[in-house]
Design a binder for this molecule. Sequence first.
Ligand SMILES: *Cc1c(COP(=O)(O)O)cnc(C)c1O
Length: 340
Amino acid sequence: MPAYVAGKPAPADAFKLSSNENPYPPLPGVLEAAVTAAASMNRYPDMGNTALYAALAEMYDVPVADLAVATGSTGLIYGLLSAFCEPGDEVVYAWRSFEAYPIAVLAAGATSVQVPNTADGRHDLDALAAAIGPRTKVVLLCSPNNPTGPALTQTEVDGFLSRVPDDVLVVLDEAYIEFVRIDDPVDGIATYRRHDNVAVLRTFSKAYGLAGFRVGYSIAPAPIAAALRGVTLPFGVNLVAQAAAVASLEARPELEERVEALVAERTRVVEAVRAAGWRVPDAQGNFVWLPVEADRIAAFVEAAEAAGITVRPLGSDGVRVSIGEPEGNDRLIKIAGSFR
Ligand SMILES: *Cc1c(COP(=O)(O)O)cnc(C)c1O
């Protein structure tokens, strides 16, 4: 199995722009809620995740029976694949995309069918639809796509779903939904309401800034949610994480402020690196994709580290850099400029 390569930790004086984390401190009230919960660490967490399910159900106006939570949305991807796939079954997804997909497919005993992105880093939805065969159990769509950046439109997804057989599960991974600023963006929740075979995945790791606590959630038709709850680890979302996630949902205005600031920084970075001559795909997450030439990737990563930012090389395809503190973003702009 390929190893999951995590973003490099940053030295004390460096900015870690390698894991698409949120650079802000916890949202107001979240640290206090976590500390209070930590005092009960001798107790098991609420296995029913009651408070978190209630908060999510209210926020999205969905039945509790359609929700499932796990240790990050990565935990839910593993759960869905193990619930739906047997050896020999196929999972179709775009490539390059989230690095956990191929690993999770293998762990489920299934087979990956990877469909190359278009030249501008988008999902090739025609080719994805054409790749669905009799052994396909699951299709994974990632919007915005990590690491290339573009998001899917509702029109694109509606057209795609009309070509997918009803017994194939379509997973819409919306880890970066909060950062999307396009016309007609896909709305996973509106989509799941219209289809029995659509599961939406979201996470507290990115916009909400709780990556270290590991909480993700799925919104899907009740039978799918029940399957997920059945296979995911009992007590997976720990007591502190549950409390922090609920408190985060209550800090909506501050969340939106921070997301807006990150989107503004993203715009600044994308404009600067494009002006320097980079062809950057439409960046709709909290990261930018630099298609660094294969033979210059190592030098780019080294130059970034020397300048005090850690970035994320991905194979021989390019380098992904998260949007972080303005000073870290400034350093990226400088290095990217020197490589053009
Ligand atoms: C970060 C990320 C996730 C979720 O990560 P968790 O921390 O496990 O919730 C899911 N999908 C994509 C595409 C991501 O980039």
